[in-house]
Write a protein that binds this ligand. Structure first.
Ligand SMILES: Cc1cc2nc3c(=O)[nH]c(=O)nc-3n(C[C@H](O)[C@H](O)[C@H](O)COP(=O)(O)O)c2cc1C
Length: 260
């Protein structure tokens, strides 16, 4: 076959494609465990940042793992609030479970205020301990903003009604508008707020403008994100959803009545 023959060009191009695809596939397979480790580390870091256990967003893997020693992870059945047994908690992926017929549950449209359609029947909750005692309960949550599904953590005190911290670790809202959910100043407004009433029913309002601190409702309200009313409404809806009977309500009731 001469160098100018069409056949040789096709054979060389074909072989090049095969070699490249093998290399790319091998790299993808070999890097997978590293990617999984980094993903899990990132989630741990965001959880600890949301709860204020660590404050440095650039904390090293060693610092994150060290701080995570104080965290106990539980897998709970959302409908009863009871522990799920017989499933490996570390490998259980709640995001995947929300799409798996074995674990998913459709949310009736009239209850789906977070606009997520389906959820996993089982969810992870995190108990942060201080001096051997539970100090914070961290609840993962998600729901629709304007452009994207937003994923975050809400940390509550052990009275199950007072916020200790909040943080989003994945969203696609516009930087400077809905993306201001990442703004430390806005996040700091949450500490001490009570998104539920005395009967533990969710009543959070993310209002347009600033909260009137003299209002009796102020403890249930958060300043809206300016120029981002739609994202703000999404935040309000998702927090209220996950604190309701549909979300962590049964677990929080169990925690209040008899701990964990
Ligand atoms: C390019 C672009 C990006 C926007 N991003 C967001 C966003 O992330 N979140 C949001 O609520 N509104 C966003 N908006 C604004 C909404 O379209 C809508 O005007 C707004 O939610 C109304 O809020 P306001 O009453 O606070 O202005 C964006 C608008 C434009 C033009």
């Amino acid at each position: 076959m001469g160098n100018d023959s069409a056949k040789k060009t096709i054979v060389v191009a074909f072989l090049l494609c095969v070699v490249c695809s093998v290399l790319v596939s091998a790299a993808a397979v070999m890097l997978r465990p590293l990617q999984d480790t980094n993903k899990s580390l990132d989630i741990k870091k965001n959880l600890l940042l949301s709860a204020g256990v660590i404050t440095n967003p650039k904390a090293t893997a060693a610092e994150v793992n060290e701080a995570f020693q104080s965290v106990e992870t539980k897998l709970v059945d959302l409908s009863t609030g009871e522990d799920v047994t017989g499933i490996d908690i570390d490998s259980f992926d709640v995001k995947k479970a929300a799409k798996d017929p074995k674990f998913m549950e459709s949310i009736p449209a009239n209850k789906d205020i977070a606009r997520i359609r389906n959820k996993s029947k089982f969810a992870k909750i995190y108990l942060i301990k201080k001096d051997g005692q539970i100090d914070q309960i961290v609840l993962p949550f998600y729901g629709k903003g304007l452009w994207s599904t937003m994923y975050g953590f809400l940390s509550l005190a052990t009275d199950t009604k007072t916020v200790k911290g909040i943080g989003y670790y994945d969203h696609g809202e516009t930087p400077g508008l809905g993306g201001e959910v990442d703004n430390p100043r806005w996040k700091s407004l949450w500490a001490g707020k009570q998104p539920v009433n005395d009967n533990f029913e969710p009543i959070l309002k993310v209002i347009k403008g600033n909260v009137d601190t003299s209002s009796p409702e102020a403890s249930h309200q958060i300043d809206g994100l300016s120029g981002a009313t739609m994202t703000s409404k999404g935040v309000q809806a998702m927090i209220n959803y996950w604190l309701s009977e549909q979300g962590y309500g049964p677990f929080l009731a169990r925690f209040r009545s008899r701990g964990v």
